[in-house]
Design a protein around this ligand. Structure first.
Ligand SMILES: Nc1ncnc2c1ncn2[C@@H]1O[C@H](COP(=O)(O)OP(=O)(O)O)[C@@H](O)[C@H]1O
Ligand SMILES: [Mg+2]
Length: 404
C-alpha cells in the first residue's frame, strides 16, 4: 500500500499542508526543527491513533503564536492506495476531547480506521526499545499482536482492566489487614480475580509468544544485514513465572522457540501456572499492594551473541538492534500472507536514520528498503539520503513541504 496524498490542518508546526507522495522512496530534507518528524508523525498517527513521540495528543495541535487565534483541533487526512481501491482516511484530534474519524467521507468510530493505513515507523526514540524498561518491549509486542489479530485488542483491554481492579483490591486488602489477615470475604474475592487475571494474561502471553515466533527469523536476518554479520541477534520471551518457579533465566537460544516459550503457548497450562503463583504470592502482593506476577511483568530479552543487549551492547549495536526490530516487523507484516491476503505491505517510515549510520550500514539498510512499496525517509541534508533511495524529494522548511 502507499499514501498518495496527505493533508494536514493545524497539526504541530503545520497550519495547512497538502502534499502528494509517490510509491517507492520519498525523501524529506530540511534543517533541524523544520517539521520533518512532524510530517512523518502525522502519517504514523493516522495508522495507529498514537504518536511515536508523545503520550498526550494535546501536543499535536498547533500552538499558534501569541496574538493569533488558537486552533481547537488538528486534522490529518490521507488518500491510501491499497490494491485497486483507494481509501480516504481522516482523523480530527480535538484538544481535550475524543477524536473524530472519517473513512471515505463517512463518519466512523476512530477504531474503525485502524488497519486502513499500515505503517512501521523507525525513529531515534526506538533506541529505548533496547535500553529501557520492559514496558516498552511489551508494548512493541502487544502492538504487533493487535495488528496481526485485531480481535486481540479486546483481550488486551480486558486484561488491563482486570489488572487495575485486582490492584485496587490488593491495596484495599493491605489497608484492611494492618498487621493481621485481611477479612475472609476479601480473600475469596481475590481468588475470583486471580482466575480472571490468569485467564486473560495467559491469552495475551500466548499471542505474544506467537508473534515473537514469527518475528524471530526476521530479527536475526535484519540485524545480520544492518550490522553486516558482525554478531547474531537473539530474542527470547522472558516470563515472570520463571523467577517464581525457580526456573533458569532465558539464554540466547537459536532459531527456534525455547521449550519455555512452547510451554507458554499452551493457554490453559499457563493460566494454571499463573493462578498457582498468585496463590503463593498473596501474602506479599497484599503487603506491597501490587500485582506481582503475570503478563504485565514479562519481558522480551534481547541478545547479541551470548550477551544481553541491555547493559552490554555498544551504542552503535543497540541502535542497529532497535532498527532491526522495526525492520523485522516490516518484513514480517509484508510476508504474512495469511494475515493480509498478500496486500498488506506497510508503509515504511525511517525518521532521521541514515545520519547515525556508518557508510557500510547505511548502504546495507538502503539496499534492504529500496524495494519497499513506499518508504518515507527524512534527513537534514541531501548527502544523508542514500543514492538507492533517490526518488521523490521534498524540501521541508518553515511549516511547508515542497516537491523539489
Ligand atoms: N503543537 C505544536 N505547535 C507548533 N509548533 C510545534 C508544535 N509541536 C512542535 N512544534 C515545532 O515543530 C518543530 C520541530 O519539528 P520537527 O518535525 O521535530 O523537526 P525536524 O525537521 O527536526 O524533524 C519545533 O520547532 C517545534 O517547536
Ligand atoms: Mg526530526
Amino acid at each position: 500500500m502507499h499514501v498518495s496524498d496527505l493533508a494536514l490542518d493545524d497539526f504541530r508546526s503545520y497550519e495547512h499542508l497538502v502534499v502528494s507522495l509517490e510509491p517507492g522512496p520519498n525523501a524529506f530534507v530540511g534543517a533541524n526543527g523544520q517539521g520533518k518528524t512532524n510530517l512523518l508523525e502525522a502519517i504514523g498517527y493516522l495508522s495507529t491513533l498514537a504518536s511515536h513521540r508523545v503520550g498526550a495528543d494535546t501536543a499535536l495541535v498547533r500552538r499558534a503564536r501569541p496574538g493569533t487565534p488558537q486552533p481547537s483541533g488538528a486534522v490529518v487526512r490521507a488518500r491510501v492506495v491499497h490494491g485497486q481501491r483507494p481509501s480516504v482516511v481522516e482523523v480530527e484530534i480535538i484538544a481535550g476531547k475524543a477524536n473524530r474519524a472519517r473513512l471515505n467521507r463517512g463518519q466512523v468510530r476512530p477504531r474503525e480506521i485502524l488497519g486502513v493505513l499500515r505503517t512501521v515507523v523507525f525513529a531515534p526514540e526506538d533506541l529505548s526499545l533496547v535500553r529501557e524498561e520492559p514496558g516498552l518491549r511489551r508494548r512493541f509486542l502487544d502492538d504487533l499482536v493487535v495488528v496481526i489479530k485485531p480481535a486481540l485488542a479486546g483481550v488486551r483491554a480486558e486484561h488491563d482492566k482486570i489488572l487495575a481492579q485486582r490492584s485496587s483490591l490488593l491495596k484495599a486488602a493491605r489497608a484492611a489487614s494492618r498487621g493481621s489477615r485481611p477479612p475472609a470475604s476479601m480473600m475469596s474475592t481475590l481468588e475470583v480475580w486471580d482466575a480472571q487475571l490468569a485467564a486473560a494474561a495467559a491469552r495475551l502471553i500466548a499471542a505474544r509468544v506467537d508473534v515473537l515466533d514469527r518475528l524471530r527469523p526476521w530479527i536475526a536476518s535484519s540485524y545480520d544485514q544492518v550490522s553486516r554479520g558482525r554478531s547474531r541477534a537473539g530474542v527470547v520471551y522472558r516470563s515472570s513465572l520463571l523467577a517464581h518457579e525457580g526456573l533458569p533465566e532465558p539464554s540466547p537460544g537459536g532459531d527456534d522457540r525455547s521449550a519455555e516459550e512452547a510451554a507458554l503457548s499452551d493457554t490453559a497450562a499457563t493460566a494454571a501456572r499463573l493462578e498457582a503463583a498468585m496463590t503463593d504470592l498473596h501474602h506479599r502482593e497484599i503487603e506491597r499492594g501490587a500485582n506481582l506476577v503475570g503478563a504485565h511483568r514479562d519481558d522480551m530479552s534481547l541478545f547479541l551473541g551470548d550477551l544481553p543487549a541491555r547493559g552490554f551492547a555498544s551504542h552503535g549495536e543497540q541502535w542497529s538492534l532497535a532498527l532491526a526490530l522495526r525492520l523485522a516487523s516490516y518484513e514480517m507484516l509484508r510476508h504474512d500472507v495469511d494475515a493480509y491476503g498478500g496486500d498488506g505491505e506497510p508503509v515504511l517510515v525511517l525518521d532521521d536514520v541514515f545520519a547515525s549510520l556508518d557508510a557500510g550500514r547505511r548502504d546495507a539498510l538502503a539496499e534492504l528498503v529500496a524495494q519497499a512499496g513506499q518508504v518515507l525517509v527524512s534527513a537534514a541534508v541531501d548527502e544523508d539520503v542514500p543514492a538507492q533511495l533517490r526518488g521523490a524529494r521534498f524540501i521541508v522548511s518553515d511549516g511547508e513541504a515542497r516537491r523539489a
